[in-house]
Design a protein around this ligand. Structure first.
Ligand code: ZN
Length: 455
C-alpha cells in the first residue's frame, strides 16, 4: 500500500458543507482519500510519503467536461472566424487525421490539461476519416500514458453537405457504421467500476452535422449499454437559425423530441437557451458544459450560468478543442467563467467559489462521476491538485480561492490522479515535454501539408 500525507496547506474540500481548512491535511492510501482535516496530518504512518505543502492550496483535481483532443495539432487557424466559417476552414484539414495524428495531439492536449490542474477529462471525437486507423484506441493509449482519468466519447457525423448539413460528405459516416463503432468502443473500453480510470460515452456532433435518426438511435444504444450521452447544443445564433429553417423549432425542442434530455445527457455550450429551455434542462436534470473561452474566441456569446445553476442544472466547465481555445487551460476557464458572468450579470452573478465548484464537483456531476470524484472527502478517489500560492504572483492575496481564481495561474506543485503523481513542481512526471512539443510540431506540419495548406 502506498500512503501519502499532505500537510500544512489550505484545503478547499467541496464536501457537502463546503468545508475549508486554512491549514489542513489530506491522507491518501493507494487510490483513495482516507482522511481530510484541520491542522497537521499524522506523522507516524509506516512507509508513508510526507509532502510539506506549506504555502499551497489543495483543491479537488479539476474536471473537464468538453474537449476535442485531436484539435491540438490545428491551433491558430481561422483565428477571426465565426463557428460555421471556422468549421468550413478546418473540416478539410481534419479530414487528413490518422491514428498517429490523434495519438500525438491527445498526448499534447492531455499533458497540458494536467499541467493546468485537470485530473479527469472527457473527449468528444467526431471526425473518423475512412482508413484512418483506430483513433479511439490511440487517445486511450495517450490518456493512460499521461495518467489522467478519461471519458472519451465515440462521436459521429452523418449529415453531409449534399443532404443539407455543414460538413463535407467525405468526413461523414453512415448510421450503421456509427452504431457498430459506438457499440464496439463501449464493449472494448468501458469500465463502470467505482475505481474506473476509463469510461466511454456516445456523442453525435451537433444538429447541423447529424441526422435525427442518428440522434435517436444512438440514444437508444447508449441507454441500452448504460453509458452517457453528449452533443453540442445552442452554441450560436447560426445554429438556432439552422434548426428553425430545417426543423421549425428551437435546438432544445429538436433534441427533446428525439429523447435527448435527461440526467444521463450533457450538452456543450448552451449559450442560447431562453427561460423555457433552462426550465426544461433543470426539470430533466440535463447537464451543461460551459466553455467560456471558446465561446468568446468564436464570438458566440456568454452562457447563462447563474440562471442555469438557479434552475438546478448541473453545470461544469470545458476548455473545448484547442482549435477554438489555443490556451486550453482548465484553470483559465474558471477565471473566465466568473469574469464573463459578472461582465454580463453584475458582481453577484458568480462567486469565486461558484467558479471553482463548477470546475470540480460540478464537472464531476455533469459526467455522472460525483460519487467518486469532484471533492476531497474520505472514501473518494485521490484526485488532488496542490497549487503553490507563496510566490511573487500570489503572496499575500487575502483569500486563497480568490488568489487561485482571480490571480495569475499559479505553479502546480503536485497533481495526484488515483493517488499517483502526474505533475510535480509544474512538470509532467515521466514525460519529456520538449519531445511532446517536437512531435506536435511534426504532426501539425504533416497534416497541413496533406491538406495543401502549407508545410
Ligand atoms: Zn466542441
Amino acid at each position: 500500500m502506498s500512503t501519502v500525507v499532505i500537510s500544512g496547506c489550505s484545503v478547499v474540500t467541496m464536501d457537502p458543507s463546503r468545508t475549508e481548512h486554512p491549514s489542513g491535511h489530506i491522507v491518501v492510501d493507494d487510490a483513495r482519500i482516507t482522511a481530510v482535516g484541520a491542522g497537521p496530518g499524522p506523522r507516524d504512518l509506516p512507509g508513508a510519503t510526507y509532502v510539506d505543502a506549506t504555502g499551497c492550496l489543495a483543491t479537488p483535481g479539476l474536471v473537464n467536461t468538453h474537449h476535442h483532443l485531436y484539435q491540438w495539432v490545428t491551433r491558430g487557424l481561422a483565428a477571426d472566424h465565426t463557428l460555421f466559417d471556422w468549421l468550413m476552414t478546418l473540416y478539410p484539414i481534419w479530414a487528413g487525421i490518422d491514428e498517429d495524428t490523434v495519438r500525438v495531439a491527445a498526448t499534447g492536449a492531455l499533458g497540458w490539461l494536467a499541467r493546468t490542474g485537470c485530473s479527469t477529462t472527457m473527449d468528444h471525437h467526431y471526425v473518423f476519416p475512412a482508413g484512418a486507423g483506430d483513433l479511439l484506441a490511440a487517445e486511450v493509449d495517450a490518456a493512460r500514458a499521461i495518467g489522467l482519468r478519461f471519458l472519451p466519447t465515440r462521436g459521429s457525423m452523418d449529415l453531409g453537405r449534399s443532404r443539407g448539413g455543414l460538413p463535407p460528405d467525405h468526413v461523414v459516416e453512415d448510421i450503421d457504421t456509427v452504431l457498430a463503432a459506438t457499440a464496439d468502443a463501449i464493449d472494448r473500453f468501458h469500465d463502470p467500476s467505482a475505481d474506473s480510470m476509463l469510461r466511454i460515452g456516445a456523442a453525435p456532433c451537433s444538429p447541423f452535422s447529424v441526422t435525427g435518426d442518428l440522434l435517436r438511435q444512438v440514444a437508444d444504444l447508449a441507454r441500452d449499454k448504460r453509458v452517457r450521452l453528449h452533443t453540442h447544443l445552442a452554441e450560436t445564433v447560426d445554429e438556432a437559425e439552422f434548426c428553425l429553417d430545417r426543423f421549425g423549432c428551437t435546438p432544445i425542442d429538436y433534441v427533446s423530441a428525439l429523447g435527448w434530455l435527461g440526467p444521463d445527457v450533457w450538452l456543450a455550450h448552451g449559450v442560447h437557451f431562453d427561460d423555457v429551455a433552462i426550465g426544461q434542462l433543470g426539470t430533466s436534470g440535463t447537464g451543461v458544459a460551459h466553455c467560456p473561452s471558446s465561446n468568446a474566441r468564436l464570438g458566440a456569446g456568454v452562457c447563462r450560468t447563474r440562471d442555469l445553476r438557479d434552475a438546478g442544472v448541473p453545470v461544469g466547465l470545458g476548455v473545448d478543442g484547442a482549435a477554438s481555445n489555443e490556451s486550453s487551460s482548465l484553470l483559465e476557464e474558471v477565471r473566465h467563467a466568473v469574469l464573463f458572468a459578472r461582465a454580463v450579470g453584475g458582481p453577484g452573478a458568480l462567486t469565486v467559489r461558484d467558479g471553482l465548484e463548477m470546475a470540480t464537483l460540478g464537472g464531476a456531476t455533469v459526467l455522472g462521476w460525483e460519487r467518486d470524484i469532484g471533492s476531497l472527502e474520505p472514501g473518494k478517489l485521490a484526485d488532488v491538485a496542490l497549487w503553490r500560492l507563496d510566490t511573487l504572483r500570489h503572496a499575500d492575496i487575502a483569500d486563497p480561492v480568490a488568489a487561485l481564481v482571480l490571480g495569475a495561474p499559479p505553479p502546480l506543485e503536485l497533481l495526484l490522479v488515483q493517488g499517483r503523481p502526474v505533475v510535480e513542481r509544474d512538470r509532467l512526471v515521466n514525460h519529456d515535454e520538449d519531445a511532446i512539443a517536437r512531435d506536435v510540431r511534426d504532426a501539425n506540419r504533416a497534416l497541413l501539408s496533406r491538406a495543401g495548406v502549407m508545410s
